[in-house]
Design a protein around this ligand. Sequence first.
Ligand SMILES: *Cc1c(COP(=O)(O)O)cnc(C)c1O
Length: 399
Amino acid sequence: MTVQGAWQRAARGALLLDDDGTARTTIFAEMSALAASTGSINLGQGFPDYPGPVEVTDAAQREIANGNNQYPPGRGMAVLREAIAEHQKRFYGLVVDPDTEVLVTAGATEALSAAILALVEPGDEVLTFEPFYDEYGAVIGLADGIHTTVRLRSPDFAPDHDDLRAAVTDRTRLIIVNTPHNPTGAVFDRETLQLIVELAERHDALIVTDEVYEHLHYDGSTHTPIATLPGAAERTITISSGGKTFNTTGWKIGWVIATAPLISAIVAVKQFLTYVNGAPFQPAIAAGLQLPDAFYRDLASDLAGKRDLLAGGLRAAGFDITLPRAGYFIVADAAPLGYDDGGAFCRALPELAGVVAVPISAFCLPGSAGQYGSLVRFAFCKRLEVLEQASEQLARLSV
Ligand SMILES: *Cc1c(COP(=O)(O)O)cnc(C)c1O
């Protein structure tokens, strides 16, 4: 029996619908399974293999013990909404009303789904940068939107401004901006962010930002939320999450910040996706957001050290790499090792070196995948000994 339904639009949007009408599993699931079956080091999926701050994990345990185990309020617990507002003020000077302009969600994932489903009408164009996080394509498909892209080109993966001007039209409803960017680690400069705001104003589009890597910045680079630019706040839906900042990707506590009318529209959808989630984790993430600046500095410098270790290993193995200024990932070019096809290379890598990575082409529309042919993504959010072992094993590629 062929099961008809909107799932086909989601699968097609995430580039997972085969010609025979069946859905493939994601490359992340395929590669994680390959890592498990071959006993390889999994640098494919971006989750940390070390714990978050004790202030955060202890708080969650206390909350459960003290009975915070029932439905929290629909927009999230006040303690977390207030901590989110305070965080925006402390780091970016943004003033937001925790009662009307903040919504707690089941991770950034639900925040993105609810925002796209709430704001896109069938046939509206939604612009993303490419390569793109697979969820964007899936939910644009579910909403029956039309997915358009601006390509980010190696080595710096900065968008070309003329490409961007040509891509935004009166049909564009949303522009989804992910900076720092997954998978490339690119950080959009201020001029680019300014242009995005100008284009959104000119064409009456809304901007959705995915800022889950906002605190993972290296080499003195800083994060500029689009909402801080002149004229941007009224048309920007800012999305972030505690998962990447506090090493709690399994907790799924995310949030949306936007004007009161936009939040109301997004709540109208969100309440029927999950209603609410994660009661004991909400005050724990609030405690994390209140940690002193030293925590945030150490987080970034620890990750920069991990990045440098893996970068050294990849270079020694013969890859061409671009050192990312942010995020969890290094993009490496396997062409110097004699591989033109990143997908084929990733399927061979467990056998060759006992390491798993994912091809950048998995984040691209079929027509663009060729542009990124030999590029693969390695996660460095792993313990130093794991990265050392991976580097040692990758060295086998160069002999
Ligand atoms: C991890 C990730 C998300 C999902 O965040 P959750 O809070 O785990 O739902 C969203 N966007 C990007 C770019 C990510 O890397």
